[in-house]
Design a protein around this ligand. Sequence first.
Ligand code: IPM
Ligand code: MG
Length: 398
Amino acid sequence: MADRRIVAMPGDGIGRIVLPEAIRVLAATGFEADYVHGDIGWELWCNEGNPLPQSTIDLLAEHKVGLFGAITSKPKDEAAAELSPELQGQGHIYYSPIVGLRQLFDLDISIRPCRSFPGNPLNFVRKGAGGQIEEPMVNVAVFRQNTEGLYVGVEWTDPPEEVRRAFEMHPKFAPFKDVPGPDLALSTRIFTRPACRRIVEEAFAYARRHGYRSVTVCEKPNVIRETSGMLEQEARAAAEKYPDIERWSTNIDAQTMWLTKNPEDYGVILSGNMFGDIISDAFAGLVGGLGFAASSNVGREVAIFEPTHGSAPKYAGLEPSIVNPIAMILASAMMLDHLGEEERAASIRGAVGKVVAEERVRTYDLLKIPGGASVIEKGAATTQQMTDAIIESLATAG
Ligand code: IPM
Ligand code: MG
């Protein structure tokens, strides 16, 4: 038995396909661990009314490190409609279990590296001043505050009287004071100073450790003054301890506009929960998209690593499987970094880079063709062939 236990939570759909592939790559690096299965996902919701069972929570509390595949998430009403008949009408409300895990274990830091692999046909290209094609190499690490902001879940339609009264204390609530309860929906955006401080400190420390020139706070303090403002304040304070790193500020809207103009200029990007969700997908789109986007969820004790993509149910049943396992494999490399296994992590990234650059083995996304059963006859690699190529490359990347 290995010394290390990892909780493997494949979840739904293609999560069940890509997670075992990542474990194959981990094993091929010589990393030794036992993988304990943790149940999570849509089937549990439909059959038990809870997508995140206590047994999985207990496993994570015990072993501290988890690999997560993907889960199907649906809006509240659609989710309720899919509950098994005997559970209907009992007040079960669907909450995304990954959001639940982030909050339960206070996994407050999410790091989402968005880095171009040279030669990736999915890399962003643009036209230069003379009409020439430029392919800027993007190397951004998004730091997303992972537990607060609009994700706290403090929200109501038809808020209770006390809540209404509290809101009425604010002069800006005046235009809404006569709105009937059922016509009034409130979702609150909560930031706390300790959480802002922690992510800011982590972001600057990461920038220094990894040689980034700047930390950009990407929020909207000109409008959302209190919450965005608090993150800005904390960043300003932290920056004083990091004279070697420039502190920049951008607004989320302008940042998405500049995304395609000068993405190579940015280093660490620091955002609250919602804007971090958005900007991390936006940058991921420049470096290969969902097949390449991995993220960490790191708290003081527990950490979970996942590909950013969803469960893609329409591809889950295809035999052979066609989905790109790279995002999950890169997530497992992030796990190795977290466990102090930086060399093995680097070897995985090196092997992925080599396979991508060689363009010999390409899943359908890398061929830029629509997904479906027919991609294999069009020359696409299967999920397993892609993993095999990466494993082969590990051996030669040395
Ligand atoms: C992500 C995802 C999740 C989020 C969803 C699945 C709830 O988009 O990890 O970025 O919004 O955080
Ligand atoms: Mg997202």
